[in-house]
Design a protein around this ligand. Structure first.
Ligand code: P61
Length: 460
């Protein structure tokens, strides 16, 4: 990767969406009214929105032009065929089912593959995948390497599956107990960390030896391919398209939320070369999503997705994209702000335990930092710590806390400039300067599942 000072964005801005910085007093009122939960804040009260990189990309003029050639036929629309050809060219999979978003593809795949009590192995399943596996009676098992859970370990592929643990699972429970292996590329749950080609190849070899199917959760496949080129020996000179194609050659298919590397605001995919899966999945797809050639989307959405999937593999785009995430991470490290290192593909993850060493985890340090970021400069981040993953033990009633207490600054694709990133750095530096005065939070309302979306807090 070239130093960021040597190049600029590989696009110019044709349309702008005004954003407004509110006053601190206004933000203090907004955050209190929202129960100290940024999911309850109207987005026009947010200055820089880093809640997610999902569905928040700026589409290109070519994608917008594609909307005008949407074919809204109920069956056999031309945009479907364009999408199918594009997916086949990029991934090698000819059976393509569009879905309304990623979790819908997961629902269909797990309906086909997961039977009660079967295990689904993976590096780290995303929460929607985990939910679908559990709903089908299965057991999700995370086997990421140990460095993947150490925020300061500078391993180049912290999304890798731990091979000895994978073999141990197969030997202990038997291949027949395993529904499939799901490799999430890049691995969102621990920082957008990539999986190496070597690891994908080895997992695939072991799986094939034991007749276990392997699928990708390919939401951020292009970002993963870029890291392989940057960090893995033997791939330095390969084209990103070639690397992506090789990645997909080791698996039996994939689910994808196209809201990330599809560069669209809505959409998902399931693709495979397994005809039986396609036929059976199609039956479920028709019930849940819509006919096979539209899957809950408009024809124009399929066209935007087909075009986005090609654009995301552009090498200049990826250099700028991953370069911007690294830029933010590097500036924060210069200020002594603790983050997951090295930075991953789609955002910077702050380590709230190290940021607020005085605050016990029961006072929700990561959520407290999310609140401060909003009050300081109208920046919306997301908590991935005690609020999102903590739960009350069924037997003891005691709160069980997650190992990591993180704040994710997810960066939308092609949306913000480095100057926005500088505002984020300044805000965090200011908060760090007064961190002893920052107050923890008390949870006053929680829903029984996925409580972080609707939780209500009070300041202590
Ligand atoms: C995100 F808090 N991610 O990162 P869908 N796989 C992977 C994802 O990252 C992912 C999906 C599947 C989101 C949105 C989000 O509880 C949450 O198209 C690796 O959103 O259905 C989504 O794709 C699901 C955030 C989703 C959440 C659920 O921000």
């Amino acid at each position: 990767m070239r130093p960021r000072s040597e190049y600029a964005e590989p696009y110019r801005i044709k349309v702008v969406e005004p954003i407004r910085l509110t006053t601190r007093r206004e933000r203090e009122e907004v955050i209190a009214k929202s129960g100290y939960n940024v999911f309850n804040i109207p987005s026009d009260k947010v200055y820089i929105d880093l809640l997610t990189d999902s569905g928040t990309s700026a589409m290109s003029d070519h994608q917008w032009a594609g909307l005008m050639v949407g074919d809204e036929a109920y069956a056999g629309g031309k945009n479907f065929y364009h999408l199918q050809e594009t997916v086949e060219e990029i991934t090698g999979f000819k059976y393509v089912l569009p879905t309304h978003q990623g979790r819908a593809a997961e629902n269909i795949l797990t309906t086909y593959l997961v039977k009660p009590d079967k295990r689904v192995l993976g590096n780290m399943h995303f929460d929607t995948t985990e939910g679908h596996i559990r709903l089908k009676g299965g057991n999700p098992v995370n086997l990421v390497i140990k460095e993947g859970l150490e925020t300061a370990a500078r391993h180049p592929f912290k999304g890798n599956i731990d091979i000895p643990r994978l073999l141990d699972e197969i030997h202990t429970f038997g291949a027949g107990s395993i529904a499939y292996i799901n490799i999430t590329v890049t691995c969102n749950s621990n920082g957008g960390q990539p999986v190496s080609m070597g690891n994908i190849k080895e997992v695939s070899r072991i799986a094939r030896e034991h007749s276990i199917p392997v699928f990708f959760d390919a939401a951020r496949f292009a970002e993963n391919a870029y890291f392989i080129r940057e960090r893995e020996e033997g791939y330095e000179k390969k084209a990103i398209t070639e690397i992506a194609r090789e990645m997909f050659s080791y698996v039996d298919g994939f689910t994808m939320s196209a809201k990330k590397d599809g560069l669209v605001n809505i959409g998902g995919l399931l693709a495979t070369n397994n005809e039986d899966l396609y036929k059976r999945a199609g039956e479920w797809g028709i019930i849940y999503e819509g006919f096979l050639t539209y899957g809950g989307l408009a024809g124009r959405d399929l066209e935007a997705m087909a075009r986005g999937l090609r654009e995301v593999l552009d090498e200049d785009y990826l250099e700028n994209r991953i370069g911007q995430v690294k830029y933010l991470g590097d500036r924060l490290l210069e200020q002594g702000i603790p983050i997951i290192e090295p930075t991953g593909g789609h955002g910077v993850y702050l380590d709230a335990k190290r940021f607020f060493p005085h605050m016990p985890q029961r006072e929700f340090p990561a959520q407290a930092l999310v609140v401060e970021l909003y009050v300081e400069d109208g920046i919306r981040a997301v908590e991935l710590g005690a609020a999102a993953f903590g739960y009350n033990d069924k037997d003891t009633g005691e709160m069980v806390y997650p190992a990591l207490e993180l704040v994710r600054l997810a960066i939308p694709r092609r949306v913000y400039t480095d100057r926005h990133m500088d505002v984020v750095v300044r805000a965090l530096r200011n908060i760090a300067g007064r961190k002893d005065k920052v107050r923890g939070l008390r949870l006053v309302y929680e829903a029984p599942v996925l409580r972080h979306f609707t939780a209500v807090f009070e300041q202590i």
